[in-house]
Design a protein around this ligand. Structure first.
Ligand SMILES: O=P(O)(O)OC[C@H]1O[C@H](O[C@H]2O[C@H](CO)[C@@H](O)[C@H](O)[C@H]2O)[C@H](O)[C@@H](O)[C@@H]1O
Length: 357
């Protein structure tokens, strides 16, 4: 199959100085507010304008729901809030028939995030393995549906974790894509951020050094991005993590910072994200500009929102947010956790077996 892309990856022309809000830098999740009908957590809040707020709210839990809202919520209240939220983001399991009715006679393309979607979130990122059952489910679904993994991790690392040859892989939040190749040939490599590699490696070295000074901090080399994990850093030291990273990034106006789940992610100022990666892969697969294509993207993190937004624009496709807590999202549906993701994949296979195109 030919890569039919004419994509380029334009660099953001006006990288905002480090001391002013730049794209993603002050993205913040609001503390949960009790007044909202769905009690959701917006991904962005212009009123919350410092790194620490964003860090504190980067991976909300039910306990946080109670703590941050300042309201002592019972388990029942939390469950009610989640049920209300499901009205807006219905479960992709209970809505499965509806989803398949919309996809009838059409080709599905499947895009899966890795951490928090295929593997549960764990304290040590090096040990975020997916289960054999999940691997089998992904392998199975890929027999019927073109399937790609789109991760913030390096492509090699996520490929190693997933361990399936039959998939397409996009690492570094889509900045490192191995798309489909011609029959019998290696896949096509697309790396729009390659010119940034020396800079990223330089920053990586500095970040590794400063991380040694903060107990629990961990720096991960994701090739075209660097992750600074603070999940295991005491909360009183998060400010120090933010300050150290800020001090380094001051010298690199062509790099920007985004927030993930208890992680700060340093990446090039490219207009390139998971949404662009989905667009690129659809083109590579010859599935763009088709009325009979239904792309499905499943992801749990803020960076997955770019893909959800792209699918809304694409029309016909839809995003599924993996979350056990109410969050604002551009996804259409939701799944609670990776075990529900696995159920969803199994349903896709059953559906394909019972009604092949
Ligand atoms: O796009 P993804 O595949 O979801 O990758 C995003 C980041 O995921 C990993 O970090 C997250 O998962 C870790 C393991 O469960 C967890 O310890 C960490 O707190 C989470 O942020 C990965 O390590 C990062 O490099 C990815 O950018």
């Amino acid at each position: 199959m030919d890569i039919k892309s004419n994509h380029s990856a334009p660099i953001l022309t006006d990288p905002t100085p480090i001391n002013k809000p730049r794209l993603g830098l002050y993205d913040a999740l609001l503390p949960y507010s009790s007044g909202a009908v769905f009690l959701t957590v917006p991904w962005k809040n212009p009123a919350v304008n410092n790194w620490l707020d964003a860090m504190k709210s980067s991976s909300p839990t039910h306990q946080k729901l109670t703590k941050d809202s300042g309201i002592d919520m019972s388990a029942n209240d939390v469950a009610v809030a989640y049920c209300n939220w499901l009205v807006k983001y219905p479960s992709a399991l209970t809505s499965f028939e509806h989803i398949m009715n919309n996809a009838k006679g059409k080709r599905i393309a499947l895009f899966l995030d890795y951490d928090g979607t295929l593997s549960p979130i764990v304290d040590n990122p090096d040990l975020a393995f997916m289960s054999d059952a999940m691997r089998a489910a992904v392998k199975n679904v890929a027999k019927y549906i073109p399937t790609a993994i789109i991760s913030g991790r390096s492509r090699d690392k996520v490929h190693e974790f997933v361990g399936l040859q039959e998939l397409y892989y996009a690492g570094s939040h889509g900045m490192d894509i191995m798309g489909p190749g011609k029959e019998g040939e290696e896949g096509n490599l697309f790396q729009p951020a390659s010119e940034f590699l020396p800079m990223i490696n330089e920053v990586l070295k500095s970040l590794v050094e400063i991380a040694k000074e903060i107990k629990g901090a961990k720096v991960e080399n994701n090739k075209f991005c660097v992750s600074v994990h603070y999940r295991n850093v005491e909360e009183k030291n998060w400010q120090t993590v933010a300050q150290y990273v800020e001090n380094i990034l001051k010298h690199y106006p062509r790099l920007r910072l985004t927030h993930g789940r208890k992680v700060l992610e340093v990446r090039p100022v490219l207009k390139w994200d998971k949404g662009k990666a989905v667009e690129f892969l659809l083109e590579s697969l010859g599935l763009s500009n088709c009325d009979d294509v239904v792309p499905i993207y499943v992801g749990d993190d803020r960076t997955d929102e770019d893909a959800f937004k792209f699918l809304r624009e694409f029309g016909g496709g839809f995003g599924i947010l993996v979350s056990c807590a109410p969050k604002e999202s551009s996804a259409f549906y939701s799944l609670r956790d990776p075990s529900e993701v696995m159920e969803f994949l199994k349903l896709l296979v059953m559906n394909k077996k019972s009604s092949p195109l």
